[in-house]
Design a protein around this ligand. Structure first.
Ligand code: ACD
Length: 134
């Protein structure tokens, strides 16, 4: 895959492990956890002149964040936490660190057929695999 072939591609959630445990660790309430677990979000990363947009869309909640690589920005998470985020990209691996009441570490690896996200909070590791939408 050439350097940025994954930009503008849509990846849809296919499998998810420990998402409920991660949401619990973040203090997300039962109803939001059940709704969150029931949807299959679509993730798309785009770039325009150094400004990146990461869009996550689902029938329950959606989010869109805009950022420059390596520059801290304010983010509000889908469950309403206000965090300071910083995102870097190394080839096809994107590292997203959220600092707040709870620190979260998200690594997304964009591949030709799937995107793998590994999200860590406390000692919980949540792995979500998204398939390229054809
Ligand atoms: C994804 C899910 C992104 C998960 C983001 C934060 C996890 C923390 C809490 C989840 C809170 C609520 C769950 C509600 C909806 C899930 C879908 C969110 C889409 C913006 O990247 O797959």
């Amino acid at each position: 895959m050439a350097s940025a072939d994954f930009l503008g591609k849509k990846y849809k959630l296919s499998t998810s492990e420990n998402f409920d445990e991660m949401m619990k660790a973040l203090g997300v309430g039962l109803v939001t956890r059940k709704m969150g677990a029931s949807v299959s979000p679509v993730v798309e990363l785009t770039e325009d002149n150094g400004l990146y947009t990461l869009k996550t869309t689902s029938t329950f909640k959606s989010s869109e964040i805009k950022f420059k690589l390596g520059e801290e920005f304010d983010e509000e998470t889908p469950d309403g936490r206000k965090v300071k985020s910083i995102i870097t990209l190394d080839g096809n691996k994107m590292t997203h660190i959220q600092k707040g009441q709870k620190d979260t570490h998200i690594e997304r690896e964009f591949g030709p057929t799937e995107m793998k996200a590994v999200m860590k909070v406390d000692d919980i590791v949540c792995t979500r695999i998204y398939k390229l939408q054809g």
